[in-house]
Write a protein that binds this ligand. Structure first.
Ligand code: UDP
Ligand code: MG
Length: 309
C-alpha cells in the first residue's frame, strides 16, 4: 500500500468544504484499485466562519480527514507549506477547496507519475471568467519573469500538483519566510509533466484575491526570484553619466566658440529633479530588498497552529 496526502488550504470556505469532500471521494474506487490509501488534510488558514466546524463534521464520518487550524490568517503559501510538513504520504497533491482544481484529474495525474515523472503539474490554457485586465497583467508578469529570472515559471500554472515525496522534501528544505511557491516548484527542478485543462469557475463563495493583492503578490514573486531590479540603479547611473559627459562637452565647446554665459535655470531644475527622482526610485527598490532580508533574518515561523486533529 502507498499513501496519498491531499492538502487543501481553506480560508473562509464553509460552503465548499463538504462539497469538495464529495467530489474528492469519487476517486475512491480508482485509489482502491491501485492500492493507494488516502489522507485528506484541510488546512484552515485562520477562517472566521464555520470552516473548522465543517471539517470536524467530516472527520466524525471519515477518519481519513485531518484538520490543521492556524492561529490567524497566514496566507495560502503558509497553508501549503504546513500541509506539506504535516503530510506523511508517498505522494502529495495540493488542491483548492473551491473545485477550481478538479479532483477528477487525479487518475490522469497518477498516469504521469507511473510514466516516471517526479511531479505532474497543471496549467490553465484559458482564463475564461476572469476580468480581462487581470489576465493582461498576469500575462505581462510571466513574460517579464521569463526575462529577468532564471527560475522557470509557466504561464497559467496552478498550485494544483501531484508530487513524489522526494520533491516535497526538497520544497520543505526551503524554509524561506517570503514564500512564492510557483517559483519554488520551478527552482527545485525534478522532472515535471504538464497537464492542461480549461479554466473552471469557482463552485461556491468568492475569490480571496483582488487586483491590488495580486499586484503586490507579483512584486513579491519578482523580488523572491530575481535580483534584476537591483540592476536598475547601476544601469541608470551609467546612462546618466553618459548624458552628463555629452552635455559637458557641448557646453564647453559652445562657451569656447560663442562665448555665451551658461544661461537658464530651467535646464538646471530639470537636471536636479530628474536624477533625484531616479535616486529615490532606486533607493526604494533597495529598501524593498532590505525589508525582505530583514524578515528573513528574523526567521519567524511560517505559521502557528491553534488546533490539530
Ligand atoms: N486561501 C487560503 N488563504 C488565503 C487565501 C486563500 O488558504 O489567505 C485558499 C482558498 O481557501 C482556496 C485557495 O487558497 O482554497 C485559492 O484561493 P482563491 O480561490 O480565493 O484564489 P483564486 O482561485 O481566485 O486565485
Ligand atoms: Mg479559486
Amino acid at each position: 500500500m502507498s499513501l496519498l496526502s491531499v492538502i487543501v488550504p481553506c480560508y473562509n470556505e464553509e460552503a465548499s468544504v463538504a462539497l469538495f469532500y464529495e467530489e474528492l471521494i469519487k476517486n475512491d474506487p480508482f485509489l482502491k484499485e491501485h492500492e493507494i490509501e488516502l489522507e485528506l488534510l484541510y488546512i484552515d488558514d485562520g477562517s472566521r466562519d464555520a470552516t473548522v466546524e465543517e471539517v470536524k463534521k467530516l472527520r466524525q464520518m471519515d477518519e481519513r480527514v485531518h484538520l490543521v487550524s492556524f492561529s490567524r490568517n497566514f496566507g495560502k503559501e503558509a497553508a501549503m507549506f504546513a500541509g506539506m510538513e504535516k503530510s506523511k504520504g508517498d505522494y502529495v497533491v495540493i488542491m483548492d477547496v473551491d473545485l477550481q482544481d478538479p479532483p477528477s484529474l487525479l487518475p490522469k495525474m497518477f498516469e504521469g507519475i507511473w510514466e516516471g515523472y517526479d511531479s505532474v503539474a497543471t496549467r490553465r490554457v484559458d482564463r475564461k471568467g476572469e476580468p480581462p485586465i487581470r489576465s493582461f497583467f498576469a500575462r505581462m508578469f510571466y513574460r517579464l519573469m521569463k526575462k529577468i529570472s532564471k527560475t522557470e515559471m509557466m504561464d497559467g500554472a496552478r498550485d494544483y500538483r501531484l508530487m513524489r515525496r522526494q520533491m516535497v522534501d526538497a520544497i520543505l528544505s526551503m524554509r524561506e519566510y517570503n514564500r512564492f511557491t510557483k517559483g519554488i516548484f520551478g527552482w527545485v527542478g525534478f522532472r515535471t509533466k504538464w497537464l492542461e485543462y480549461e479554466n473552471v469557475e469557482r463552485a461556491r463563495g468568492e475569490t480571496k484575491w483582488n487586483f491590488w493583492k495580486l499586484l503586490m503578490y507579483s512584486f513579491d514573486g519578482i523580488m523572491a526570484f530575481s535580483t534584476a531590479p537591483l540592476m536598475i540603479s547601476s544601469v541608470m547611473g551609467v546612462i546618466m553619466c553618459l548624458v552628463a559627459f555629452v552635455l559637458i562637452i557641448f557646453i564647453i565647446v559652445r562657451k569656447l566658440i560663442f562665448g555665451d554665459p551658461v544661461s537658464g535655470w530651467p535646464s538646471l531644475v530639470c537636471i536636479i529633479l530628474m536624477p533625484s527622482g531616479i535616486q529615490f526610485f532606486c533607493t526604494g527598490i533597495l529598501g524593498h530588498y532590505l525589508a525582505k532580508t530583514y524578515m528573513e533574518v528574523k526567521a519567524r515561523p511560517i505559521y502557528l497552529v491553534r488546533e490539530e486533529l
